[in-house]
Design a protein around this ligand. Structure first.
Ligand code: SF4
Ligand code: SF4
Length: 277
């Protein structure tokens, strides 16, 4: 019988979705990117991409696939764009150039805060992590209030210190989930798994935190309770794999992997449009 780790009713994940219509193309301006990473050109942070038009729309949006701009196709700001825009009502980096540097700094920090909040929200959805729900709720509330406060408060926030606190929560979540799936593999954990062939393996409870799974073959694998926190899944083959009950997988990781209509994904994530049938 299939083990269910997630609650049936998901907590609200909408606030972690991109909403480019309520943003000023922040990711296409604020961030450094390179051709090597699948963007159209090498660009410094704070410099607008040449593909961005005057209305903050991508001029080559319909051609990103044919031009194989994987960086553009897979990027996901975890809702940091709209959060940042809401902190600057009536202005943006273009209309208020003297504020542009600050807006970009807030956006970058909001991204990390949103990502932490996303992981904490996931804990609230995981049944084995019930002993950690109360603590997670307190941290979520703190982050929610911070992200709706002011640019100054966000910039002053000590994110490194906060990460130390939540990292312990994440570790305990992994531990509780592993116990639930009876994961008993005591072998030393490998993190360099580039192009590793796992085809059709049962990988329940495996800890892939921060692992390099670039171009790994996970076709047909089952990953119930497997932890993918910070794993690099670029070009990993996840066709027909069951990731529906894996933990700490983000939309941006999913976007970079190669799945298909047979890939099962967690209910709070969206199936990438670029996946082939
Ligand atoms: S920052 Fe987010 S919402 Fe804004 S354009 Fe980029 S992906 Fe879209
Ligand atoms: S090509 Fe389009 S999506 Fe990619 S960075 Fe430039 S404007 Fe943004």
């Amino acid at each position: 019988m299939k083990l269910h780790l997630y609650q049936h009713e998901y907590h609200d994940f909408n606030k972690f979705r991109i909403n480019c219509g309520s943003c000023s193309g922040l990711c296409c301006v604020a961030l450094y990117f390179s051709r090597y990473d699948g963007f159209p050109s090498d660009k410094k942070a704070g410099e607008p991409c040449r593909g961005l038009d005057g209305n903050f729309r991508c001029l080559i949006h319909g051609e990103l696939g044919s031009k194989q701009l994987k960086g553009c196709l897979s990027y996901d700001c975890c809702g940091a764009g709209p959060v940042t825009a809401a902190l600057y009502p009536g202005i943006n980096w273009k209309s208020a150039p003297d504020k542009a540097g600050e807006i970009f700094d807030v956006f970058v920090k909001a991204f990390y805060l949103q990502q932490i909040q996303l992981y904490l929200t996931e804990i609230l959805n995981l049944l084995p992590a019930e002993p950690l729900w109360e603590e997670s709720r307190i941290h979520i509330l703190k982050l929610h209030c911070l992200l709706h406060s002011s640019p100054e408060e966000i910039l002053e926030f000590d994110i490194e210190n906060f990460k130390l606190k939540v990292n312990l929560l994440f570790k305990n979540t992994i531990k509780f989930v592993k116990m639930k799936v009876n994961h008993s593999n005591g072998a030393p954990r490998k993190t360099n798994l580039i192009a590793h062939n796992f085809q059709r393996a049962v990988l329940d409870g495996a800890d892939f935190s921060s692992s390099l799974l670039i171009a790994a073959n996970l076709e047909g694998c089952r990953l119930t309770g497997s932890c993918l926190l910070g794993a690099d899944l670029r070009d990993a083959n996840i066709k027909n794999a069951d990731l529906s009950e894996c933990i700490f997988l983000t939309q941006s990781q999913l976007n970079t992997a190669a799945g298909n209509s047979g890939t099962r994904i967690p209910g709070h994530l969206l199936r990438p449009l670029t996946w082939k049938k």
